[in-house]
Design a protein around this ligand. Structure first.
Ligand SMILES: [Zn+2]
Length: 200
């Protein structure tokens, strides 16, 4: 299940992103621009001041901690040689709403194109916007994580030319870019950012 963001950000329909991408930095900037033209009900803006941001995007070797706000820590524990990052959301325990998110990028992937980096970053941006697999009680669905069966939010992708494609693509599916977004992903974003429901 997706988790809504704290009310103030939900109303503004905007989240500020601080870029600590290092070698991935330019791809973080271009992915942010591309995210904003996908027609989602939330927009991202670039923020130079870390303390004024809601999402920090960080180059990672897959094993580290990063301070959230208020003394809490985000922990990266993933294989940074694979084409998938890790997003860690901090949730207000009184409301189960997200107040901060850290995106760890798979910094150890070799032979990666800018297009592939952008796909990975946009995927993690969508996790950070609330598709975090939260169960609404402080627990997380480690398997599903709000992944989709098609498009940008599939759990596993493989290299196809300069881009990426679903590990098990539908017939006639083409590699991304251009980014394809699954219907479940769109409706989950609408559910938490506009209060429109998802059809079951
Ligand atoms: Zn994912």
């Amino acid at each position: 299940m997706p988790t809504p963001w704290f009310r103030r950000f939900r109303k503004a329909k905007q989240l500020a992103v601080h870029n600590l991408g290092e070698t991935w930095g330019p791809a973080v900037d271009s992915a942010l621009t591309k995210f904003n033209i996908l027609g989602f009900p939330v927009k991202l803006v670039s923020e130079k001041n870390k303390d004024a941001s809601q999402i920090v995007v960080k180059w990672s070797n897959g094993s580290e901690t990063y301070p959230y706000i208020d003394g809490a820590k985000a922990t990266a524990n993933f294989d940074a040689t694979k084409m998938h990052g890790q997003t860690s959301t901090l949730t207000d325990p009184k409301r189960w709403e997200i107040v901060f998110a850290v995106i760890f990028l798979p910094g150890k992937v070799t032979n990666i194109t800018t297009e592939q980096k952008e796909i990975i970053i946009i995927h993690e941006f969508i996790h950070a916007c609330g598709l975090d697999g939260g169960l609404g009680n402080g627990a997380w669905d480690k398997q599903g994580q709000d992944h989709d069966s098609v498009g940008i939010m599939v759990a596993n992708m493989k290299v196809d030319g300069k881009g990426l494609i679903e590990y098990m693509p539908e017939k006639n599916a083409k590699a991304m870019p251009p980014i394809r977004v699954g219907a479940r992903t769109i409706c989950k974003l609408k559910q938490i950012w506009t209060d429109e429901g998802c059809p079951d």
